[in-house]
Design a protein around this ligand. Structure first.
Ligand code: A2P
Length: 278
């Protein structure tokens, strides 16, 4: 299966569909990553906070696929913010992953109350210059946080990974990211955790899925990729892993997109990163 690639502001490309790994433990992540690579995933998303980087590394080794064929993302959480702490965080993450570089390193949360994301970003710029992170980006950043980075630092984030699904559309944030050449990635693209059943079971999604002969998850993931978003659905089920990659041989019509747009819960839906994170 051929997965389209999106070009980052570094010139590198990122496969538009990746494998999410939260909340898998090491053993589950190793199995999911090996199974995912086998069915065609070449983009894997983890984070130090998930506690499964060793498992992700194990799954990559088990797959037998060459490192340079893969796009690997990790994220450093609050304990690695400020005063060059990200250097040690990156070193330990690379050791757990068993690789000498990541393709993308993200600040996991802005934690604006700590006010350390700008100094952390300068450390990320060093990690990028040193080749340990081929691209650097952020997660859960709002426009105000990005505006500070753009004003006070040198490297424009390659990616902003935020919570997006048909109920949590983040239209303004996506427009901001687009205007600055920042690729938006959707975390929990299926609605995640407890929400997943209600989104995938919603009559609008089920109606489109039945009409097109696809699963509700494929309809929701197609909604993302058709808008140029990069998605990282998590599954540990081999059949779902394959299904979640199979998004490029059908299309949602403008009418389908309009029906799905009725699920939008407005600009305040979803996690508020000014008051959440770690
Ligand atoms: P499972 O791992 O049992 O497949 P998100 O990536 O939005 O956080 O969603 C992850 C959740 O969605 C997990 O509970 C996962 O369960 C479930 N999921 C992943 N793919 C599918 C699919 N194709 N159909 C139904 N549920 C799915």
């Amino acid at each position: 299966m051929s997965i389209p690639a999106i070009t980052l502001n570094t010139g590198a490309t990122i496969p538009q569909v990746g494998l999410g790994t939260w909340p898998l433990d090491d053993a589950q992540a190793a199995d999911a990553v090996a199974a995912g690579i086998e069915v065609g995933y070449r983009h894997i998303d983890t984070a130090t906070k998930y506690g499964n980087e060793s498992g992700v590394g194990e799954g990559i080794r088990r797959s037998g696929i060459a490192r340079e064929e893969l796009f690997v993302t990790t994220k450093l959480d609050g304990q690695f913010q400020g005063e060059d702490r990200a250097i040690e965080g990156m070193r330990a993450a690379l050791e757990r992953l068993g690789t000498s570089y990541v393709d993308l390193l993200l600040i996991h949360w802005p934690l604006p109350q700590r006010d350390e994301y700008v100094s952390t970003w300068r450390t990320f710029e060093k990690l990028h210059t040193d080749g340990l992170a081929r691209a650097i980006g952020v997660s859960n950043f709002k426009s105000a946080h990005l505006t500070r980075l753009l004003a006070e630092t040198d490297v424009v984030p390659a990616v902003n990974q935020i919570q997006i699904d048909p109920a949590i559309t983040r239209l303004e944030q996506r427009a901001y990211d687009d205007a600055h050449g920042i690729v938006t990635q959707s975390w929990s693209p299926l609605g995640g955790g407890s929400g997943v059943r209600s989104l995938l079971g919603s009559p609008v999604i089920v109606e489109v899925a039945e009409r097109l002969g696809r699963t509700p998850a494929q309809i929701v993931l197609r909604w993302h990729v058709q808008q140029g978003l990069v998605v990282i659905p998590k599954s540990s089920d081999p059949a779902r892993l394959a299904q979640n990659l199979d998004l490029f041989s059908f299309e949602l019509s403008p009418d389908d997109m309009a029906s799905i747009a009725t699920l939008d819960e407005g600009p305040d839906a979803g996690v508020d990163s000014d008051s959440t994170g770690h």
